[in-house]
Ligand binder design. Structure first.
Ligand SMILES: Cc1cc2nc3c(=O)[nH]c(=O)nc-3n(C[C@H](O)[C@H](O)[C@H](O)COP(=O)(O)O)c2cc1C
Length: 355
């Protein structure tokens, strides 16, 4: 089934292989560029490319050298990327990632601030180009006005992405970034309308999804979620399943086109319970993208069992631009090189064999 077409809203994917969103930190000045256009165009045989996390706001650029999608320069940069991917026959969604508390002032542009639902620092340290590894700072607690601004920023960035030629956007609700920070009590201790009960914990994500669906049409909006994930200091609690089930009901009402479920059990996190996945799928009738540690055999098995509709591959795409052909022909894969995941320039980025 992996090599059969799939209708995703208004676009037809020639196969069910999705390229997972992967930050590569190759956008100095936070502006996408010609190198990035070449990198993505080389992977255009994917049924769908989901780009690296891209900030909708000056406050969401918490990692070094990641792109944004809120300025005119950034839109022009994304136009290079989307044109190159489309010319190579591909389809591309831009992942909108607001880093929230998972950031550092040294990585932010002038005027950028580390914002989060509550003033609780993420555990651990973060790389900065200016001063090496640094502890995560205590973020500023967002005011309700700042929450409304962030929602508007997501809608504006989604519009910019479409104007720049993207086929859609993926809201990054996974891996401990701003959207998940609202869902999770490890980062959200608010007592107003945006924290506390299940309905209040999901409210920010729901309002972002509504605003973005309104801005660009619901069939061009997907979301990534990582229930039970631990990235960025997230901690599951007694309400975790209820949070994701309530969210699935709201996403169904809004009518977005897919839910992309990231399972990082291969990286040491607890797995997404299969029972939760089945309950999510019962409530949300859009497409489900599976992700995390897939090879061809596991992908085929989960598609045949209707666990999901599409399967995302992350690390296998890094050193194998032609992953789709290699999977189809059962050819050996070149292993990814973690040393060059986030380093600037072409080494480890554009120097893998194209065939
Ligand atoms: C270098 C690198 C960067 C990543 N950046 C992102 C990101 O920007 N957004 C995101 O949702 N996930 C990101 N991830 C997670 C991947 O999308 C994927 O979920 C993870 O690698 C597990 O899938 P895999 O086993 O197929 O690699 C990143 C992973 C890697 C290896």
């Amino acid at each position: 089934m992996l090599f059969t077409p799939f209708q995703l809203g208004r676009i037809t994917l020639p196969n069910r292989i999705v390229m997972s969103p992967m930050t590569r930190s190759r956008a100095p000045g936070n502006v996408p560029n010609a190198q990035m256009a070449r990198y993505y165009a080389l992977r255009a045989t994917a049924g769908l490319i989901v780009t690296e996390g891209t900030s909708p706001s000056q406050h969401g650029l918490g990692y070094t050298r990641i792109p944004g999608a809120f300025s005119a320069d950034q839109a022009a940069g994304w136009r290079l990327v989307t044109d190159a991917v489309h010319a190579a026959g591909g389809r591309i969604f831009i992942q909108l990632m607001h880093t929230g508390r998972v950031g550092h002032p040294a990585n932010l542009p002038t005027g950028g601030r580390v914002l989060a639902p509550s003033p609780i620092a993420a555990p651990g340290q973060i790389h900065t180009d200016a001063a090496g590894m640094q502890p995560y700072p205590v973020p500023a607690e967002m005011t309700v006005a700042e929450i409304h601004t962030a929602i508007a920023e997501f809608a504006h960035a989604a519009r910019s992405a479409i104007v720049a030629g993207a086929d859609g956007v993926e809201l990054h609700g996974a891996n401990g970034y701003l959207l998940e920070q609202f869902l999770n009590t490890a980062a959200n201790q608010r007592t107003d309308d945006y924290g506390g009960s299940v309905a209040k914990r999901i409210r920010f994500v729901v309002e972002v999804a509504e605003a973005v669906a309104h801005a660009i049409d619901r069939d061009r909006v997907g979301i990534r979620l990582s229930p039970h994930g631990v990235a960025g200091g997230m901690v599951a609690d007694a309400d975790t399943d209820a949070v994701y089930l309530a969210l699935a009901t709201e996403l169904q009402r809004i009518g977005i086109v897919y839910a992309h479920i990231a399972d990082h059990s291969g990286l040491g996190a607890p797995p997404v319970p299969r029972s939760l996945l089945a309950s999510l799928r019962a409530r949300f009738t859009g497409a489900v993208i599976l992700s995390g540690g897939y090879d061809r055999a596991r992908a085929e098995a989960d598609l045949e069992a209707h666990v999901g509709d599409l399967v995302a591959f992350g690390r296998p795409f890094l050193a194998n631009p032609n992953l789709v052909a290699k999977l189809r022909d059962n050819r050996a894969l070149i292993p990814a090189d973690p040393k060059t995941f986030f380093t600037p320039g072409e080494p480890g980025y554009l120097d893998w064999p194209a065939d």
